[in-house]
Design a protein. Structure first.
Length: 415
């Protein structure tokens, strides 16, 4: 970080006292207003925060400029604001999301085979059958439910267990562990200790699973990681475990917020649910609008490797650059009336950066789309409408743009 170096333009949107790195800032919807002001005033601006100072990008074009120049804006020095520096140094070049260049291509090539259209289609039947049974129970219960924990979070955890080849007898245990490991809403010391313990239990779990898969390979990504060779070289144990953690992280942290956020959109714009019920061919377009409107990762961070100009800002080598993805996805020059949820957006239906851009574009994008598609397809015939049944609890996080809790009521469809 650059300590107290001052660069211009300096961030002023929202007035004095705004700390973009502070998790509290994202617990209300004020960030949307502040970002709007920033896009108009200084789309690239130097922001000060407790977590260090950084360039803050709120508009689409400069955001893309960063994402699409991976040699100038690298990931190896961390892609998350305020991340643990020691952990980042350990994982740099070994874990997909914090690897660059040939190291990134090597890891990406190995993992990508698990996210092709066919591979994703193979995971669909199991998800459909679990979700159908779950929805039947939820709707029969007839009381409000928390769309985050009781619905959205379950879906990626079933999928991830399948993908990683976790035996069914361990699904509940792993689901509990991942809930604990990725629950960043409690930032007290106890909360941190609980997260570290859960992560290390996940590492030892996958360490044991890996040993087993080395001698008994299965049809799962852990077996692929264990046996893959690139240029005659296998992945090290450390690389495999980092990437298992990265996949759990990527798959579990984001998708629930897209699904819960979609339900929020259907409560605020109920006509769009009716539009989808009438014409299910709009589902693909709806998925893109869900990804744009919810944009679950709050930001991605890069480090500049050389002096470079972005808009009116003179970025220096070594500067941190943070791209606020939901703000780029609400850039009014790309998406007119951006706070509205509009299923058929034109002319930019799927240019969103919900899945990022450039070489780190989400490797699990097709899988995530399939998960959202299954949820919509199964709910459309069952649900007449959604209604909010309590206060929306947004996540206290600068990294995840989502919800801790979203209580809703369903009116069942009359068939
Ligand atoms: C709605 C759901 C999802 C969203 C919005 C999302 C979003 C993103 C974004 C924005 C990035 C880029 C990070 C960067 O540029 O530094 C990314 C990368 C990644 N995602 Fe996703 N993701 C989702 C689902 C998934 C799923 C289901 C998986 C796997 C099971 C996954 C695994 C990953 C991995 C491993 C990377 C790193 C890719 C790379 O560095 O090449 N994600 N995701």
């Amino acid at each position: 970080m650059n300590g107290r170096v001052t660069r211009t333009p300096a961030w002023t949107a929202g007035g004095p006292g705004i700390d973009l790195a502070a998790p509290e800032f994202y617990t209300t919807e004020r960030h949307f207003e502040v970002w709007r002001e920033a896009r108009a005033k200084h789309p690239v601006a130097w922001a000060s925060s407790e977590a260090g100072d950084f360039w803050s990008i709120t508009a689409y074009e400069p955001g893309m400029q960063v994402l699409k120049q991976p040699k100038v804006f690298i990931s190896e020095q961390g892609m998350r604001l305020g991340g643990n520096a020691v952990a980042v140094r350990r994982a740099a070049g070994k874990m997909l999301v914090v690897a660059d260049g040939s190291k990134h291509r090597r890891l990406r090539g190995i993992q990508a085979s698990w996210f092709t259209t066919q591979a994703v289609a193979n995971m669909r039947p199991e998800l459909e059958s679990k979700l159908r049974a779950h929805l039947d129970r939820l709707i029969a219960r007839g009381t409000p439910f928390d769309a985050v924990q009781e619905l959205a979070a379950k879906i990626p955890s079933w999928i991830l267990c399948q993908l990683m080849g976790v035996p069914k007898s361990d699904w509940n245990r792993l689901s509990r562990l991942t809930d604990a490991a990725f629950n960043d809403s409690d930032d007290t010391r106890d909360g941190m200790v609980a997260r570290v313990e859960a992560h290390s239990e996940i590492f030892s779990y996958f360490g044991e699973l890996l040993e087993h898969r080395r001698t008994n390979p299965g049809n799962d990504i852990v077996s692929t990681l264990a046996h893959a060779e690139v240029g005659g070289e296998k992945l090290t144990e450390e690389e495999i475990l980092f990437n298992c953690d990265g996949l759990m992280n990527g798959g579990l942290e984001t998708t629930p917020h897209a699904i819960a956020g979609a339900i929020l959109a259907f409560t605020r714009f109920p006509e769009t649910w009716q539009q989808l019920r009438k014409d299910s061919e709009l589902i693909d377009a709806a998925i893109d609008e869900i990804l744009r409107w919810t944009s679950p990762p709050m930001h991605v961070m890069r480090t500049a490797t050389e002096d470079v100009t972005i808009g009116e800002a003179e970025v220096k080598a070594g500067d941190k650059v943070v791209v606020w993805l939901p703000s780029c996805d609400r850039d009014e020059t790309i998406y007119p009336d951006p706070d509205r949820f509009v299923i058929e957006r034109w002319p930019n239906p799927n240019a969103h950066v919900g899945f990022g851009g450039g070489p780190h574009y989400c490797v699990g994008a097709k899988l995530a789309r399939m998960e959202i598609q299954v949820v919509l397809e199964l709910m459309l015939p069952l649900v007449q409408e959604f209604e909010l049944a309590g206060e929306i609890r947004r996540k206290r996080s600068n990294f995840l743009h989502g919800f801790d809790r979203l209580d809703v009521t369903i009116t069942p469809a009359r068939n």
